[in-house]
Ligand binder design. Structure first.
Ligand code: KG4
Ligand code: ZN
Length: 339
């Protein structure tokens, strides 16, 4: 059966909505990013996030319908992120979806945000199953074996911080604003993606990651090099751009090595033909190129979504909602959030 799905995503600091149809795919993908609101605080402030979602949710949904040239009458079901995420943020999206859906007699589909990220890789590409998916963002970093739509197994995940979180925290150590990932990439490019300081690659024989350990290793290396005062929490080489570029470059090479190391272990254990790299960190061109080259050496296909589908977005929620609608996997209106 043909469907026209309205997807709503508010799990963290992006208010997003999208319309996806069986015949035409993604018709709109609207987003309000709260980054500017959180930058002064060096990270996402949950209370600010939920208040901003409250202000933006109605206009963003209206804009997604407008851009898609659809009205509420055309929508066959509303898909909304219900887990995991910041409770206050999730509540705004889910309550809005329920209110709108109840009043207009629509089916409701609760979506797992991580399932959204995993299948964001399939919006633009037809990827042969089973494939390996690396999801890496500010809130999560994990490795999945993806068997089919909606059917996936967790192979490994971070034991502490997410990869994006490591970029954000280390950028903060170097006095750069949130989010750190794009800044680190720019600095690293200027240092030619060379590995100056050889930071440790944690858990080399496991499919799990540890990025908190990496952040600590970078911090102690800065202290050792006389670049950081631990007592006063002060970075001491703020005017030394070359040094900052070298730190960023070494960090990026290290993180790319960590991902490559996991793939190398996975390739020995699982007969797969393809790898997908998704989430906010997949906006990083250096890591993308490294993984693409590694996959090519190992005769695997490599896929990564366009940046608009890497960071949190409504299209990935509408896309997952669409295949769930085709399987008639509706949620009950008693659906609640789970953080
Ligand atoms: O997926 P996303 O928008 O939100 C979460 O679900 O967390 O990811 C945001 C994360 C941030 O930690 C940010 O620093 C990182 O993605 N990021 C990057 C780049 N662009 C964003 N990390 C590395 N390189 C980038 N170019
Ligand atoms: Zn996310």
């Amino acid at each position: 059966m043909n469907h026209c799905i309205l997807g709503i995503e508010t799990s963290c600091d992006e208010t997003a909505a999208s319309v996806y149809t069986t015949e035409e795919g993604v018709l709109s993908n609207e987003i309000f990013s709260q980054i500017a609101l959180h930058t002064p605080f060096g990270g996402v402030v949950p209370e600010i996030a939920s208040r901003s979602h409250l202000e933006k949710i109605a206009p963003i949904v209206a804009s997604a319908l407008d851009k898609a040239q659809k009205t509420l009458d055309d929508i066959t079901a509303i898909a909304v992120t219900s887990t995991p995420g910041l409770p206050g943020s999730l509540l705004v999206g889910l309550s809005f979806a329920k209110g709108l859906g109840w009043a207009s007699h629509k089916k409701l589909i609760g979506i797992n945000h991580l399932e959204g990220h995993i299948f964001s890789a399939c919006i633009e590409n037809s990827i042969p199953f089973p494939f390996i998916c690396i999801t890496a963002s500010g809130g999560h970093t994990a490795l999945y074996l993806v068997h089919d739509y909606g059917n996936y197994t967790l192979l490994g995940q971070t034991l502490d911080d997410a990869a994006g979180e490591a970029f954000d925290k280390i950028a903060k150590l170097l006095n750069f604003p949130y989010p750190g990932g794009p800044v680190i990439e720019k600095l690293a490019q200027a240092a030619a993606f060379e590995d100056y300081f050889r930071y440790p690659r944690p858990l080399p024989h496991s499919l799990n990651f540890s990025f908190s350990g990496l952040k600590t290793a970078v911090l102690y290396d800065l202290v050792k090099q006389g670049a950081y005062d631990l007592t006063h929490k002060l970075f001491l080489r703020n005017d030394d751009i070359t040094f900052k570029q070298q730190v960023a470059s070494s960090l990026l090479v290290c993180v790319a090595d960590c991902f490559e190391q996991k793939l190398s272990l996975v390739f020995k254990e699982h007969a797969i033909q393809a790898v997908a790299f998704v989430g906010g960190v997949a906006c990083n061109n250096y890591i993308k190129k490294r993984l693409e080259a590694f996959c090519s050496q190992n005769q695997k296909k490599f896929f990564s979504p366009s940046p608009a589908y890497c960071t949190d977005n409504g299209a990935m929620i509408a896309f997952v909602g669409h295949y769930k609608a085709q399987q008639e996997m509706w949620s009950d209106y008693t659906l609640d959030i789970a953080s």
